[in-house]
Design a binder for this molecule. Sequence first.
Ligand code: 13P
Length: 243
Amino acid sequence: MRQLIAGNWKMNGLLAQLAELAQPLPAASANLAADVLICPPATLLTAAAAILAGSRVALGAQDCHEAQSGAHTGDLSASMLRDAGARFVILGHSERRADHGETDAIVRAKVEAATIASLVPIVCVGETEAQRLAAIQNDVVTSQLRGGLPDGYSGVIAYEPVWAIGTGRVPQDADIAAMHAHIRVVLIERLGSSGRDLRILYGGSVKPSNARAVLALPEVGGAMVGGASLNAADFMAIIHAAA
Ligand code: 13P
């Protein structure tokens, strides 16, 4: 399967940055062996969709509400994001779990809402540093997957160890490979043979300097890139590192 390189801009980016960061992507991605996705803030989706129209670069959002509409001031539904041009949505990112108390049950409800609205969910899982030091990372990720994925889940998984996000620290190659192999086993247990085909991305301090090595690991189906996706040259280098 083609690898997917996703840029998660988080709460960064004004209209002025869109030209610099998104405009070069359609040409740069035209002949790539990998799929490319950017997830700018929701305020930029419509303008980004216009820039990416007709190209192979996909557009995604960073969260959605679990309801399709209603009295939820300040929230955005999956169908609104789809309407604004998104085709993917990141769900259960550790920053949302930490900032907004999102539980696996909430993530699962959001996955269901995204699926109804024809958005492809990207469900994020990953352990904290304390959990890794206690050697319970596999149990933590198993429980996030069992709790967050509805029956018949069809989407993307992103393994993002919390301690590697924005820190410049990346797990050892063997640890990434071991966790991706573990996630694959849980997906097959949870979803049957369709669990074999889901892409499992790695996220956490992916940079041009480490992208090639990370993307070459077994069961790594792509990367979720935070900080480095806010620098056009760095993101370009990472998409070119994909197999
Ligand atoms: P960094 O690449 O900045 O570590 O962020 C990773 C991430 O959270 C992507 O979703």
